[in-house]
Every structure is written in structure tokens, then in C-alpha cells.
Design a protein around this ligand. Structure first.
Ligand code: ADP
Ligand code: MG
Length: 220
């Protein structure tokens, strides 16, 4: 049986610079992975490829046995919207919407009714202690609160794949540990395969399956 996600000989070049060099990896369903590497090692690039936000220069990415390169634009957009949740390194919350509207954006795009999603969102918000933030605008929140809103948005459609790019980048170590535990707990609850990328040892050591990325080269 094929793996949930399978990358074979992935190369990503920007001009003559190779950000990823022959990266191959297999990820199994429901498992939690961390990819550790220094700044500039290619972590974000790899995550964007997995999530279908960008395409490799060569190599193949299979999602449940299906080749992402063969998806048309519409199928790819649908794949991203319904299968993949992203927690970005920098908080991409839209400043003109309140936090609840930000969270419900993917479900609106996917054509889900707000009611279906809202109940679950309220439960997670309560669990993460940010219920009081939902009616506020992103600029009224602290960095830690904004990151929690990001996590709720990424999980709002119960993604099969949850990709987190340095999710604790700007949090102190206590809040960082809390956020990682919550992400793992929620990934478990929704049966999401979790991939976290980080440069941080204390984040990486909280995961059973580790990969290391150095100058675009991956090793176990
Ligand atoms: P990380 O997330 O590990 O810090 P990135 O994946 O962001 O690393 O970047 C890997 C390398 O690729 C870096 O040297 C970066 O400068 C380069 N890079 C990333 N995106 C681009 C781009 N759009 N154009 C040119 N170079 C890029
Ligand atoms: Mg990065």
C-alpha cells in the first residue's frame, strides 16, 4: 500500500540555486513528524510543496497515491482547501476581518455552511482559551493569541494534513510548549497527519519521527 504522502527525488531550484536537492520521504497517515533545520535550509520550501502551494522543479509528490502534478488548478485548489491546513510562520490573518471571520474564511471558500463549522470552532476556541478574541480584530491580539487563531483556522475543516511552519517562532518557551502540545492534541482529535518544521531543539524533541534538513538535503 502506498504511503499517505510520498515525495520522490524532489528538487526545487530558484534560478541556479537549489533550495531542495533530491529530497525523498514517506509520511504515514495519522503520524506526527518534525523536520528540523537551520534558517535557509529549505524547510518552508518543502512544506509549501507538500501543501500544493508551489511545484517542484523535478521529482514527484503523491498524496494518497495521487500525483499532485497531474491535478488541474481547480482540483489543486480543492485539495488545498479541504485536505490541507496551514499554520504559517507569519500570521496571515486578514486585518479587516475579525478573528471569527478569519477562521471561517476557508469554510466559506469551500462552500461549507458556517453553522457546520462554527460549533466546532467555538469548542476549539474554548479549549485554547481564546473565546474572548473571536470578535476582536487581529491587531487587538497578542502574538500568542494570533497564533492560536491561526491554528483554529488551519483546523477548521479537519484537514487530513496539518502543516505548521515554525508555529512557535515568536513565543516564549512556556507558550511554545503549550502550543505544540495543543497542535498535537488537535491533530490527534481530527486524525490529521501532522508535519511541523522548526529550527528549535526543544520543539523537535517533542516528536517521535524526526527528519533533518541541511542545505536542502534531507536525512532521517
Ligand atoms: P527555511 O524555511 O528553512 O528558512 P526556505 O525554504 O525559506 O528556508 O529557503 C531555502 C533557501 O531558498 C534560502 O536560501 C532562501 O533564500 C531560498 N529561497 C526561498 N524562496 C525563494 C524564492 N522565492 N526565490 C529565491 N530564493 C528563495
Ligand atoms: Mg522558513
Amino acid at each position: 500500500m502506498s504511503s499517505f504522502i510520498e515525495l520522490t527525488d524532489i528538487k526545487k531550484s530558484y534560478g541556479r540555486f537549489d533550495a531542495l536537492k533530491n529530497v525523498s520521504m514517506k509520511l504515514e497517515q495519522d503520524a506526527h513528524y518534525v523536520i528540523q533545520g537551520a534558517s535557509g535550509s529549505g524547510k518552508s520550501t518543502l512544506l509549501y510543496l507538500m501543501g500544493g502551494l508551489d511545484q517542484p522543479s523535478s521529482g514527484k509528490i503523491l498524496f494518497s497515491g495521487e500525483d499532485l502534478a497531474l491535478f488541474g488548478d481547480e482540483k489543486l485548489a480543492h485539495y488545498r482547501n479541504t485536505n490541507v491546513g496551514f499554520v504559517f510562520q507569519f500570521h496571515f490573518l486578514l486585518p479587516s476581518m475579525n478573528c471569527l471571520e478569519n477562521i471561517l474564511l476557508p469554510s466559506r471558500i469551500g462552500g461549507f455552511t458556517n453553522k457546520q463549522v462554527k460549533e466546532e470552532v467555538l469548542t476549539i476556541a474554548d479549549h485554547l482559551g481564546v473565546t474572548h478574541c473571536l470578535k476582536k480584530f487581529p491587531y487587538e491580539l497578542s502574538g500568542g493569541e494570533q497564533q492560536r487563531i491561526n491554528i483554529i483556522r488551519a483546523l477548521s475543516l479537519k484537514p487530513k494534513l496539518l502543516l505548521c511552519d515554525e508555529p512557535t517562532g515568536n513565543l516564549d518557551s512556556t507558550n511554545s510548549d503549550k502550543v505544540i502540545s495543543l497542535i498535537k492534541e488537535l491533530a490527534e482529535k481530527y486524525g490529521s497527519t501532522l508535519v511541523v518544521v522548526t529550527h528549535n531543539d526543544s520543539v523537535a524533541c517533542q516528536f517521535p519521527f524526526k527528519f533533518f534538513l541541511k542545505d536542502g538535503i534531507l536525512r532521517d
